[in-house]
Design a protein around this ligand. Structure first.
Ligand code: ADP
Length: 516
């Protein structure tokens, strides 16, 4: 029997899954790495630590599965977006990898927003104006680290670096290239203007290839350590955002994929580039006639985790004693208060926000508190506020693309029946949630099958997705959400003028100790 490994190089860890050609999973492995945050704006990782974690994850699934009845024919790649590494002429890293969470290029994104150039670049490349983008990170390097900028022979992301190390080939597939902000989304070539502005030459960037492009053969020494055949195919795959959308089956134009994991996202495929006149949404080419449009959201499940830790320490202890999941316990507590939390509204922007605000200074708030409100209201308001936020990104998407045809959802939030029901009720739409969690690596595996000529239609991934659960909206609660959401949206606009002042205050007094 033949096998395929789907890899997902995430922000905190790399996951590897070993599949047979029918999509059955034989083994999983997960290897973590360090996020370096020496200053609040920095978020770097060590490319070789990630490379080693990836090798270990591949080795572990092969060992765990212990299948002597065939071989791994392909390894296919999903990865985090917007990372940037400078390499010298011998392909040795001159820097660590700056992740999407690194905000040091904020000044350059702000300048481009201010002078209108950012909007022009967005219209060419589909990258919203934000320091996460390698386009802005390159401006930062050029101005703030000129020595490294001059020394750099190549600029790559983490997926390109890892694949180069195994195969000796420097290639970049189009979806990851689009996430750099250096790719022209219409011509699907490196964008001349973006290269001119950053001062990077085309020969300093990887060669562009399709998501199903395959490289035959890897360095023998690595193959041996991992237990792979040295003639294995490496299939380029795509970004984690594109693959998790494909992996839940949101393939047709206008079918919405919503994910709430640690972060969150709203995405949909379209058959041509979609430009948001307000630059709130990205648009990236993924495959011929398939453009992914969406909004990435920082504040997803991480905010539920914050409320869980900051407000419910006692319940966590109780859950431990009762041997039940403390997140499930909080969902049950939230379910004791009515939809709309008796008029308590929570804005979830604890750590700044990308879509829909694109404001690194945004902060969270509870609004509408009265003496009737309890912690149960607060936790329900948190779950509802996270959904209102996703809904507001969906409204932006609807402005440019029309009403979604169907909604598929996934991510850790789906463990809570209450939370999924809140989503169906706020969206006033049926919600379908696949039971399988591994949508990114499943789609990577499927792309490998397409690349090997074993599948030819992206829609056929649906046969591998397995069982789904459906949630129907409850008409009895529509009117409560319909009345609250406009207040939530208006407040967002009103608060926005004060975000900078409160964020500046928090920075200024961050380390003040006034106990003496
Ligand atoms: P990642 O994006 O890192 O893969 P997951 O998809 O696993 O993350 O989602 C993690 C989030 O899921 C956590 O931040 C938490 O808010 C949420 N979560 C975890 N357990 C539960 C639960 N039982 N009910 C609802 N939400 C949960």
């Amino acid at each position: 029997m033949d096998y395929i490994i789907g890899i997902d190089v995430g922000t905190t860890s790399t996951k590897a899954l070993l599949y047979d050609l029918d999509g059955k999973i034989y083994a999983k492995a997960n290897k973590g790495y360090t996020l370096y945050q020496d200053t609040p704006d920095m978020a770097e990782e060590d490319p070789d630590e990630i490379f080693n974690a990836t090798s270990q994850a591949i080795q572990e699934v092969i060992t765990k599965a212990n299948r002597q009845d065939g071989k791994v024919v392909a390894v296919s790649w999903s990865a985090q977006q917007h990372s940037l590494i400078a390499l010298d002429k011998n392909f040795k890293p001159l820097t660590r990898t700056m992740t999407w969470a690194d905000n040091r290029a904020e000044k350059y994104a702000a300048q481009y927003k201010e002078n209108g150039r950012g909007l022009e670049m967005y219209k060419r490349t589909g990258l919203p104006i934000h320091p996460m983008g390698p386009f802005y990170k390159l401006l930062w390097f050029k101005n703030e680290k000129p020595d490294i900028f001059k020394q750099a022979a190549y600029w790559v992301g983490i997926k390109e670096y890892i694949i180069w190390k195994y195969t000796g080939q420097l290639k970049e597939e189009v979806s990851m290239a689009a996430a750099t902000g250096l790719l022209n989304m219409k011509t699907v070539k490196w964008d001349e203007e973006a290269l001119k502005e950053t001062g990077v030459k085309e020969n300093q960037l990887p060669e562009l290839v399709d998501t199903t492009y395959k490289i035959k053969g890897i360095q023998a020494e690595y193959a041996k350590v991992m237990g792979l055949d040295k003639d294995v195919y490496f299939v380029m795959g795509a970004t984690d955002g594109a693959l998790s959308t494909i992996g839940v089956g949101a393939i047709e134009t206008g079918v919405l994929a919503i994910n709430i994991g640690t972060s969150a996202a709203v995405r949909s495929f379209f058959d041509k580039p979609v430009i948001d006149p307000k630059a709130r949404l990205y648009c990236y080419p993924v495959m011929k006639g398939k453009y992914l449009v969406g909004g990435p959201i920082n504040n997803g499940g991480i905010v539920f985790s914050w409320a869980h830790d900051a407000l419910f320490g006692g319940e966590q202890e109780a859950a431990k004693l009762l041997n039940i999941d403390s997140f499930d316990m909080l969902s049950k507590i939230a379910a004791t208060v009515p939809a709309g939390s008796d008029g308590l509204i929570f804005h979830p922007y604890l750590g700044g926000e990308r879509a829909p605000l694109w404001d690194a200074n945004a902060r969270g708030s509870f609004f509408g508190l009265n003496r009737k409100h309890t912690r149960a209201h607060m936790i329900r308001a948190v779950l509802e506020g996270l959904v209102y936020n996703l809904y507001s990104v969906t409204l932006a998407l609807r402005e440019v693309t029309g009403k979604p045809k169907a909604i598929l959802a996934a991510g850790g939030f789906a463990k809570s029946k209450l939370w999924t029901q809140i989503m169906a009720d706020v969206y006033e739409s049926e919600l379908t949630i696949p039971e399988s969690y591994e949508s990114g690596s499943l789609a990577a595996m499927f792309l490998a099958k397409m690349s090997l000529g074993l599948e030819d239609n992206l829609n056929d991934i649906k046969k591998y997705i397995g069982k789904s659960n459906t949630f129907e909206p409850n008409p009895k609660v529509y009117k409560k959400y319909r009345a609250l959401i406009p207040i939530y949206l208006r407040l967002s606009r009103q608060f926005s003028s004060e975000y900078k002042s409160i964020a500046d205050y928090q920075r200024e007094f961050a380390n003040d100790d006034d106990q003496d």
